[in-house]
Design a protein around this ligand. Sequence first.
Ligand code: ATR
Length: 292
Amino acid sequence: MSGCETQCEVEIKVAQDRFFLAGVMGWPVMHSRSPMLHNYWLEKHALAGRYVPLGVKPEGLEAALKALAPLGFSGCNLTLPHKQMAMAMVDSLDEAARNIGATNCIVVGEDGRIEGRNYDGFGYIACVLEARPDWRADAGPIVVVGAGGGSRAVVWSLMDKGAREIRLVNRTFERAAALASDFGGPVKAFPWDERHDALQGAAMLVNTTSQGMAKQPALDIRLDKLPLSALVSDIIYIPLETPLLATARARGNQTVNGLGMLLNQARPAFKAWFGVMPEVTPDLRAAIEATL
Ligand code: ATR
């Protein structure tokens, strides 16, 4: 058999049994858990493919996004700082990305057009429901601390699920006020000094700030006014239990850490690229936890 025949054979095989490709674009991308997550599911569902880390500098983002279709990629995830920058570089945006103001998932259509989606909000709600299956967004006031990108995804997802009162507190009041004015409806901004009192009668508390992350000080908030029935969640996953969650757990509140948000945002992305909705199983969670 000549070399050409061998190559033709390979091309026919690839055309028949699609080899799926996706990846994560970031700079730097070394710490991303996404390759482990998606490659675990590709193997589990016996799909031929690979999810790869793609070190793309901000100045190369537009060219890299345009190259996805010709390279045969089904899509990719985006990490900071690309999540916001890519908004202006895609052919269309889904409702979540438009509202949140960031895209964490690019899907390449059959016609090669690229859509920016945002599954962070989906991931957040899914992880809360994992912890408390009967949770409802309209069960009572929700206090959200922080007004950055993470907060926008959390607040939008809570509103999407029907939250009736969201008390937003942020160190820089103007950022909370701007977010409240963008989202309107149930979102009200409160000054930083009022964060302890804002917990009165709350059904839920969410930390979206960087406070409590490894190497950062704990979030400075007193929980004495927070009802014991309230759910306390943090979108941080390193460490798995932040000082806020440890304090809340010790006084009797149910807590949810941020790992579930990371794991669950990946599910609809995998479905969009590879056609199968995967599950977050205990063994997958344990494998990821072992890397933290
Ligand atoms: P991300 O996109 O990851 O949410 P970000 O936009 O930098 O990141 O937002 C970080 C959040 O942590 C902000 O709400 C920030 O408050 P400011 O808007 O006042 O900067 C909050 N944050 C950071 N350091 C803080 C601190 N020492 N005390 C309280 N909040 C802090």
